[in-house]
Design a protein around this ligand. Structure first.
Ligand code: 5AD
Ligand code: FES
Length: 351
């Protein structure tokens, strides 16, 4: 039965592809509640009631790629493009540090203006300014040599969602130049280099099936990453997927719970996209097994321009507002934002 499968996942961390599909297709409210209670227990065992915060700095929305779902794809001529200067970025970190952030996530489109040398110099400066902080990069697919150079310069972590494991499905979400295989290669490179590595996928992306989600879970188990970012797909009005339905809160929470049981020590963010499809989405994500939130540190004048999807929350709020809002939201459900780097406890190396 479904409950037996959840117990099996909790105890052995292992399900077959057929079992994953069965669980996903036949989930009910009661099964979800059971899953979430087990996921919370596992989470509390390793991470207690602490919630790690990451300061997200969206430093460029220029992108050479053309992912069909994404609002900053290069074909979107309506996107208002911006780049933050090195000084802007360091100031974001300064503000963030004072607010208690000890991880900065530098996220951007694949923007050739930011050469490897510029990224390296940025990493070195931030590491000098804030030696007790972790730097997470989220800047897409690069050569292995570039990943190595960023790591040598002091970058600690890297986020690169695999988006979907299935190559046919991947092809429906991306232009032909991008392949699932290359994405996955990048992730193994990152992990081998020594990054705390994050992958992830969108829930309810167009054409996604339960089988695809099963394949995503099996891939993640293989990769054994330190972090997994998932959130619902949300349509952006200036993309070919404008009329596609959004992913659901319910399925996203279910997948979060499953991820917690599959890899107990995972760093699992309750994402902005989850907060966008439901006003309580981020709290519900924490209650389903997530243990990280990533409030925005980008300057308010550019926030609305980093629009991967429509109706993104917090675009009008100052960093301090988000920081305090998050603290209150977490306290309300019995969790505490902590001032810490929040490194992964999942220290087993490559399989
Ligand atoms: N809806 C939800 N998530 C999206 N992303 C990009 N576009 C969308 C969208 N329309 C996610 C992708 C990417 C991450 C930075 O944001 O998974 O990896
Ligand atoms: Fe940004 Fe609540 S987290 S306003």
């Amino acid at each position: 039965t479904l409950i037996t499968l959840i117990d099996q996942l909790r105890d052995t961390h292992l399900l077959s592809k057929e079992e994953w599909i069965f669980l996903i297709e036949n989930r009910t409210r009661d099964v979800s509640e059971y899953l979430f209670s087990q996921a919370r227990e596992v989470r509390h065992r390793h991470y207690g009631h602490e919630v790690y915060i990451r300061g997200l700095i969206e430093f460029t929305n220029y992108c050479r790629n053309d992912c069909i779902y994404c609002g900053i794809r290069k074909s979107n001529l309506n996107a208002c493009r911006y780049r933050l200067s090195e000084t802007d970025i360091r100031n974001c970190c300064r503000t963030g540090y004072e607010l208690g952030f000890r991880t900065f996530v530098l996220q951007g489109g694949e923007d050739g203006w930011f050469t490897d040398q510029k990224i390296i110099s940025l990493i070195e400066k931030i590491k000098t300014d804030f030696p007790d902080c972790a730097i997470t990069l989220s800047i897409g697919e690069k050569e292995r040599e570039s990943y190595q150079a960023f790591f040598d310069a002091g970058a600690d972590r890297y986020l690169l969602r695999h988006e979907t494991y299935n190559s046919t499905h991947y092809g429906k979400l991306h232009p032909p130049a991008l392949t699932a295989a290359h994405r996955q290669r990048c992730l193994y490179d990152l992990k081998e280099i020594g990054y705390q590595t994050g992958t992830g996928f969108m829930v309810g992306s167009p054409y996604q099936t339960a089988e695809h989600l099963a394949e995503d879970m099996l891939f993640i188990q293989q990769l054994n990453p330190h972090m997994v970012g998932i959130g619902p797909f949300i349509p952006h009005h200036d993309t070919p997927f404008a009329a596609q339905p959004a992913g659901t809160l319910e399925l996203t929470l279910f997948m979060l719970g499953l991820l917690r049981l599959m890899i107990p020590k995972l760093l699992l963010p309750s994402t902005t996209a989850l907060g966008t499809i439901d006003p309580n989405g981020r709290e519900l994500g924490i209650l389903a097994g997530a243990n990280v939130v990533m409030p925005n540190l980008s300057p308010t004048d550019v926030r609305k321009d980093y629009a991967l999807y429509d109706n993104k929350i917090c675009t009008g709020d100052e960093a301090a507002e988000c920081r305090h809002c998050m603290e209150k939201r977490m306290e309300k459900i019995g969790y505490h934002v902590v001032v810490a780097r929040g490194d992964s406890l999942n220290t087993e190396t490559i399989p």
